[in-house]
Design a protein around this ligand. Sequence first.
Ligand code: BGP
Length: 478
Amino acid sequence: MEKRKVPHDFLWGGAVAAHQLEGGYDKGGKGISIADVMTAGANGKDRDITKGILPNHYYPNHEAIDFYTRYKEDIRLFAQMGFRCFRTSIAWTRIFPRGDEEKPNEEGLRFYDDLFDELLKYHIEPVITLSHFEMPFYLVEKYGGWRNRKLIDFFVTFAQTVMERYKDKVKYWMTFNEINNQASVQNPWSGWTNSGILYEKGEDVQTVLQQAVHYEMTASAMVVKLGHEINPEFQIGCMLAMVPFYPRTCSPQDELAAQTAMEHRLYSYGDLHVFGEHPAYMEAFRREHGICLDITDHDRKCLKEGCVDYIGISYYMSSTISSVETEGSTQVGDGIYVAPNPYVAKNDWGWQIDPQGLRYSLNLLHQRYHKPIFIVENGLGAYDKLENGTVHDSYRTDYLRQHILEMKKAMFLDGVLVMGYTPWGCIDLVSAGSGEMEKRYGFIYVDKDNHGNGTLERRKKDSFAWYKQVIESSGEIL
Ligand code: BGP
């Protein structure tokens, strides 16, 4: 298996998101995004979300790694590694600073014109996420974020603007990053990053969440349809956080608990994107829990007309579900607990490392959806040490090697169609979860610490040459 090559047109590259690397948060007419009001947390400490930008607070996304002015230098490095594609997002607030304007901000549009031209100069395909945890903060203040149906129109206007503008430069799109991430309502910030929602005391979280998701799904479907009209060559995907849930034991209760977790936290999102209708198990759940949503016939029609072309996934870890409380477990639902898995290792942030889980996940999605799968995030967050101007990060190449190997098994032994592989944070950037700089994923080291100190100088890590060889050999030399 080691020696097998992936097809010639396989999309090797790297992935980032605008708010995590661009910086320039107030440059070029950009508005404030929801990421701009998130302070730095730490390993094990959540980020704070402030009511606007307050003095004496550190907001790591404001400068990030200053890709906004250094993108040419960085793209040259990506080209040296042989990237065939580069996944990033378009910061909504560069195009519509408040989110509800009628006319876009030309300076923001020009920035992405230049960025995409620079990529295309090296034959690197842009792969674009339309909404990656960075909606305009104004839409939250004025409209309550995705609680509000009006957001559908604002998002569709944004998407239409950029799809028309870049129709000859960008072929691969995704609508909402990790749309199912917000199903883990235990994370106080997941409703914020995905939907601009902070749950209020006393409100029914499931009602609010599912309503917001319905609006997002409707908007996503409208954009898929519109995109295909703008350019029939467009490939427009969804993006799911793929965390497979294993039953902790072979007891039927654990098996059912794992199945329910998969439905609520993953499949209900994928099913809507791929099949274009609300699945029966969610309709039943809502009926049983007295949850009534605002869903119109027009919404249902839109959902049916805008099914996605491919499934984008992030894969970092697996998880384990128990139907009973066990040592170290956390309750995540009625009779559903996430429990530690004794068979797999963890990284320094407690994320379970499970390469075989990637093969398992690819198979699950392939069997359910029969769509091409694009692995648009995978990687190891780690503490790196700069030694004589470089980083000896064999732990990172080990992680990636094992995952690529499992991906190849899924492709060659199981018949799964995988379109491409873009490891997360191909250049060090600000962590979404903790706001740290020192949770590093990159092949390129960026000199900056958790407090914002550093020269921002870029250095190649050992993994840089390794990944170059992986791409050059079409995955044969790992
Ligand atoms: C995913 C997000 C990314 C990214 C990644 C790693 O959830 O799509 O934006 O940040 O996870 O997470 P973190 O940055 O918290 O290590």
